[in-house]
Write a protein that binds this ligand. Structure first.
Ligand code: 5RP
Length: 234
């Protein structure tokens, strides 16, 4: 299993470049994580310079940052459409010849349920990443947000599907990570994932799983920060 991390300068370039795509009068989904945070800060700068938008955050963390930088917020219920969502990823398949090209693993910040809700609702979903996130085949653990009561049975079902589930522990205190929705996270190691679409379908069918971190067919483009610029992969 690969670990999260990455290049902060590359993340900043990707986030700031994606923020340039935000147009006046639009509704924007704000992703979660350090790369999306660079986009949120840049959007905040643009708002301070007169850009008029409304934004929908995907987590407590992105909501707080958006408020700090002065971005007006709204909700999915209050808008007719979401024009653009900008969000990070833990892994992105980067192989134009592969069926899974552009498929993501998300949920490193335990926010993938709301992220999927907002990213899927957007007319255009742009992923922001540094090069460490690109891969030929997904092989990081897939996070499952599960109802607390489903923890054991969902873990058993994940094992039947070939996964090795681990309850995500909080870093700074004893006990598990609790999501913004009051649920738990099972990180399921499936090794190299042969068919993300099939696994996504099977994980969605587990009772008590609110959402899994496989994003299949949702991303329109990936903005990859490099040493000296940004590459756009469609
Ligand atoms: C949160 C996510 C993040 O977008 C993902 O973990 C990437 O984070 P970072 O940009 O900090 O590397 O899916 O649930």
């Amino acid at each position: 299993m690969k670990t999260a991390g990455g290049d902060a300068a590359a993340k900043r370039r990707a986030g700031e470049r994606a923020a340039e795509e935000v147009e006046d009068g639009t509704v924007v989904g704000l992703g979660t994580g350090s790369t999306a945070a660079y986009a949120i800060e840049a959007i905040g700068d643009a708002v301070a310079d007169g850009l008029e938008i409304r934004a929908i955050p995907t987590s407590f963390q992105s909501r707080q940052l958006a408020l700090e930088v002065g971005i007006p917020l709204t909700t999915l219920d209050a808008v007719d459409r979401v024009d653009l969502a900008i969000d990070g990823a833990d892994q992105v398949v980067d192989d134009p010849d592969a069926t899974a090209h552009g498929t993501l693993i998300k949920g490193g910040g335990a926010a993938h349920s709301r992220e999927k809700l907002v990213d899927a609702a957007a007319d255009r979903f742009v992923v922001v990443a540094d090069p460490s996130k690109l891969t030929a085949r997904l092989d990081r653990s897939v996070p499952l947000e599960v109802l607390p009561d489903a923890r054991t049975v969902a873990a058993d079902r994940a094992r039947v599907l070939g996964g090795e589930p681990t309850l995500r522990a909080a870093e700074r205190k004893d006990g598990p990570v609790v999501t913004d929705n009051g649920n738990l996270v099972l990180d399921c190691d499936f090794g190299a994932i042969e068919s993300p679409a099939d696994l996504a379908r099977d994980l969605s069918a587990i009772p008590g799983v609110l959402e899994h971190g496989l994003f299949v067919g949702l991303a329109d483009a990936t903005y990859v920060g490099t040493d000296d610029g940004v590459e756009i992969r469609a």
